[in-house]
Write a protein that binds this ligand. Structure first.
Ligand code: RIB
Ligand code: CA
Length: 316
């Protein structure tokens, strides 16, 4: 029986790879819907990017929604410096023929979870947590339907990527992240401490491009565009694939390991706004509220990614 999931996302090249990975895995994942949120680029662009990626996947059965256009309290901060002005710079995407649903993405999340069997739907959060937090505020009863939340976000030993202390998704909407971290459902975090271990090195890039289908070609072009930010900043031999870690965790959890710890979010300090304060060494009495992933089998991750991308049809 496939796991029911909702993907909440701010595409973003790495979001796109995560979505393609999920849509190539229908035996394991039933994608109930994909909801765009403002983040890497403004909502009109993240919504269009969801449409582009779903069109590329050929999965016309998956409904798409637009969620919140800005964080709960703060002005939107975007990351065109990483993802380009479209958010999906790199490949050429023809204008998509598909369309978003009329329903607001937050209402879709609320309606789906209120109608769901208890603990039956997994939320995959790939961007700022605004939509999920707004759904929790609008209808706290949705927690009943949530099996767990698996989110790319936070950092501890790896420190921040948008400020010295904060990871981008949490930084953009710290109040949303704090709301989610306190909601009481099981949470799995894929922080920078984890995602910085899955770098698209040249051999891995070659393996992706060798798949030869349009989906893999687009992935190669997207990563080739977005990787320059990380290469210049960190001097690495490749860029991290942040968001696909969320989907890969659901497909092959044995590739990952971490620790159940307490993670709190800084929302008051201008200096450390959005910092994820992870009590890795359990030096406080604060109750564990998340599985904080810290290790991954990188080769196993890329073997999974290539096998799934290889399922997309060849051209012509
Ligand atoms: O910090 C990395 C995260 O921020 C990823 O989800 C990336 O897509 C951006 O949203
Ligand atoms: Ca993202």
């Amino acid at each position: 029986m496939p796991r029911k999931i909702i993907i909440d996302t701010d595409p973003g090249q790495d979001d796109a790879v995560a979505i393609l990975l999920a849509l190539a895995s229908p035996e394991e994942l039933e994608v109930l819907g994909i909801v765009a949120v403002a983040g890497n680029v403004p909502l009109p662009r993240t919504s269009l990017n969801v449409r582009r990626i779903v069109e590329l996947s050929g999965r016309t059965d998956v409904p798409m929604y637009a969620g919140c256009p800005r964080p709960m309290l703060r002005p939107l901060v975007t990351a065109e410096h990483v993802h380009g002005p479209t958010g999906l710079d790199g490949p050429h995407f023809p204008y998509p023929q598909n369309a978003l649903q009329d329903q607001h993405g937050v209402d879709f999340i609320v309606e789906t979870l209120m109608a769901a069997e208890p603990s039956s739907v997994t939320l995959c959060v790939l961007g700022p947590m605004t939509n999920v937090a707004m759904a929790l505020v609008k209808e706290p009863g949705i927690v009943r339907g949530i099996e767990r939340i698996v989110a790319m976000g936070g950092a501890y030993f790896e420190v921040g990527n948008i400020t010295p202390s904060a990871e981008f998704n949490i930084y953009v909407d710290p109040e949303a992240a704090a709301t989610v971290m306190a909601c009481g459902v099981p949470i799995v975090l894929a922080p920078l401490d984890l995602t910085h271990q899955v770098l698209v090195t040249p051999p891995r890039m070659e393996a992706i491009r060798a798949l030869g289908n349009p989906a893999a070609h687009a992935v190669g072009e997207m990563v080739a565009f977005s990787e320059r930010f990380d290469r210049e900043k960190y001097g690495w031999d490749g860029a991290p694939l942040h968001d696909p870690c969320v989907i890969a965790y659901l497909l092959k959890p044995e590739l990952f390991s971490g620790r159940e710890i307490n993670v709190e979010i800084e929302t008051m300090s201008p200096l450390t706004r959005g910092m994820s304060v992870a009590d890795w060494w359990r030096v406080t009495e604060r109750k564990p509220n998340a599985l904080f992933l810290r290790d991954v089998d990188g080769d196993g991750f890329f073997a999974l990614l290539c096998e799934r991308l290889g399922r997309y049809p060849l051209p012509g």
